[in-house]
Ligand binder design. Structure first.
Ligand code: GDP
Length: 299
């Protein structure tokens, strides 16, 4: 919890401080207060749609409960956040037998480090983990993944640069089955400048995983960089359209003072946030638990 709290320092002293500061500094609840709240939320990456929803709800509750003290709005706002972030499907869990996790996201979002952190975590839990170097577009990506694999002590299936990413996934699934692997993590390319080709490539990888991985628990995890704000939301829509994303890993939350992006992702995409990254170390990739998250923000 202390690492989570530490990782959210910037958001707490930015976004949350501004909101609570607004509620404690005003003498009365009026339109101006709600307008100022709106501005803070939008500036903090909450997104226009979600901001409107939050502010309207707050206005309604204020009227219904006949609230007159601005300070009372802190608890109500806190509760609203909890409700938006609530979801049945939090964290990353393995099923019995083979689990295949296809990891997608643009270059630089933190895909490789997220894969390494996940691999480390399940290796520590005694699971047999394997990596597949599916970003065949960049030789450096293949090398980087292998290096992580060696460091963690898990096998990496790779082919040469320029190889067919779907063929790498195919090989890796065969190999994972033969070796009784619990978790196969498939890296994928994230070049943005040739978006169309990339999405076609990802669709093909997904098809091969579905076909060859029949009977396995298959999930697609999208890695998003929290510091890119509304761009992250747009990326999520693109990836989701192409490969149907099951969950999101939101990285680099420690690098932004506008943690409102968590609320926008949750409310606007309808895809559960499974993991959050609050630093560079393995233990800084945490299961996303809404209650703990809100508690870390307000305490
Ligand atoms: P990829 O291109 O998507 O594979 O991105 P990388 O995994 O190479 O990550 C890009 C950079 O982001 C690296 O320097 C990582 O250490 C850093 N990074 C990833 N996740 C986090 C995080 O949660 N917090 C911070 N501060 N840095 C992160």
């Amino acid at each position: 919890f202390s690492r989570l709290k530490g990782g959210l320092d910037k958001t707490r002293s930015g976004f949350i401080q501004k909101v609570t500061g607004l509620f404690t500094s005003r003498g009365k609840i009026d339109d101006e207060l709600f307008e100022d709240l709106e501005e803070i939320l939008i500036q903090s990456d909450v997104g226009v749609k979600t901001t409107m929803k939050l502010v309207e709800e707050l206005e309604e509750i204020t009227e219904e409960k006949k609230i007159t003290e601005p300070e009372q709005l802190i608890d109500i706002f806190n509760e609203e956040l909890r409700q938006i972030l609530e979801s049945d499907d939090n964290g990353l869990e393995l099923e019995d037998g083979l689990n295949i996790l296809m990891v997608v996201g643009v270059n630089g979002a933190g895909k490789t480090t997220t894969i390494a952190k996940i691999a480390q975590r399940f290796k520590n839990e005694g699971k047999k983990v394997m990596l597949a170097a599916g970003d065949t577009f960049r030789a450096a990506a293949i090398d980087q993944l292998k290096t992580w694999g060696d460091r963690i002590g898990v096998k990496t299936i790779a082919q040469a640069e320029g190889a067919d990413a779907a063929a790498v996934a195919f090989d890796a699934i065969q190999s994972a089955r033969a070796r009784g692997v619990d978790l196969l993590i498939v890296d994928t390319a994230g070049r943005l400048h040739t978006q169309k080709n990339l999405m076609e490539e990802l669709k093909k990888v997904r098809r091969v995983i579905e076909r060859e991985g029949k009977g396995a628990n298959i999930e697609v995890l999208l890695v998003l960089d929290a510091t890119t704000g509304q761009n992250a939301i747009n990326q999520a829509r693109l990836f989701n359209e192409a490969v149907q994303v099951d969950g999101i890993a939101l990285t680099k939350l420690d690098g932004t003072a506008k943690g409102g992006i968590v609320i926008a992702v949750k409310n606007e995409l309808g895809i559960p946030i499974k993991l959050i990254g609050v630093g560079e170390r393995a233990e800084d990739l945490q299961d996303f638990k809404p209650d703990r998250f809100v508690e870390a923000l307000f305490n």
